[in-house]
Ligand binder design. Structure first.
Ligand code: SF4
Length: 289
């Protein structure tokens, strides 16, 4: 198998075969993100990817999930994606799910018919980053797309029959914009009604614009209690019946998991217990901070 540089995947792909179709992210500008900073975006040769899949087939007797990396595999041309998906369908009949990260821009470049074709050929799940429902924050962080565009593209992926996982990031507004970020994110998530909602926590890495903003005092990071309160506001205002809500990523101080809207009160009660000191927040050191 060919792997180049750091390889990232969502937590729910921990047991998946990771196949690197692209290197890096075609956007690579978000002000908080360091995932692919060491890589210049490029597309791996199709023969290499098919060779990797053939090698994995020869080695592993059973592969149920395959994740197409890196950051933005959906940006690949249709003939490339279909060749990969068809190879998987023919060589891994036991595979239940092929998934990939998808930026809103990559989804925009695909027609409705393209998305339906990709779904029909096996692309079952896409991970889309909303990060925040607040337009000013998305612009500040140089997300490259608006919340309205992310909502529209997410709904197109859903309409094509794909399972949709949306990520949002606790703390993106800092103390200054926490409530606005929470309310707008809850509103956006309520419109998208994704199958999965994954809450991450903002982390700061040196060399990013976010790091500079904090150094200059333009943005004040939230602590564990404030992040929990922000999550509480999101949960109070979200209406996304049937969505699995998770904040159990390695970056989260208070792991939460439930199904909306059914478990909303129970999730809020967990937050309230933590705020009352009855449940322990994970310590920064446990999160590797
Ligand atoms: S689109 Fe995703 S991977 Fe690319 S820079 Fe932004 S957060 Fe990072």
């Amino acid at each position: 198998m060919h792997y180049s540089g750091s390889v990232y995947r969502p937590p729910s792909e921990a047991h998946s075969l990771i196949v690197q179709c692209t290197l890096g992210c075609s956007h690579n500008k978000c002000a908080f993100c360091i995932m692919y900073k060491e890589k210049r975006f490029s597309i791996n040769p199709l023969e290499q990817v098919l060779g990797d899949l053939a090698e994995a087939r020869a080695y592993y007797p059973r592969i149920e999930r395959i994740f197409l990396a890196d950051g933005d595999a959906l940006v690949l041309p249709m003939d490339y994606l279909l060749a990969v998906l068809d190879f998987i369908r023919d060589s891994f009949p036991e595979c239940e799910r092929v998934s990939a990260y998808a930026t809103a821009k990559a989804l925009m470049r695909k027609s409705d018919g393209d998305l339906e074709t990709l779904r029909a050929h096996g692309l079952a799940l896409v991970y889309v980053g909303l990060e925040s429902g607040n337009e000013a924050l998305l612009a500040k962080y140089d997300k490259g797309v608006t919340a309205e565009e992310i909502i529209a593209q997410s709904l197109r992926a859903k309409a094509a029959g794909m399972t949709l996982s949306i990520t949002a990031i606790n703390g993106m507004g800092g103390k200054e914009q926490s409530e606005r970020h929470a309310l707008d994110t809850a509103a956006a998530l309520s419109r998208i009604k994704a199958d999965f909602v994954a809450m991450l926590t903002l982390r700061v890495y040196s060399g990013t614009p976010l790091h500079d903003w904090i150094e200059r005092g333009e943005l004040t990071m939230l602590g564990p209690r404030e992040l929990a309160m922000e999550n509480r506001v999101i949960l109070q205002h979200i209406d996304s019946d049937g969505s699995v809500f998770r904040s159990n990523h390695a970056s989260n101080y208070l792991p939460l998991k439930g199904t909306l809207n059914r478990d909303r009160d129970a999730l809020i009660a967990q937050i309230d217990k933590a705020l009352a000191g009855e449940v322990r927040f994970r310590r920064a050191v446990e999160l590797g901070l």
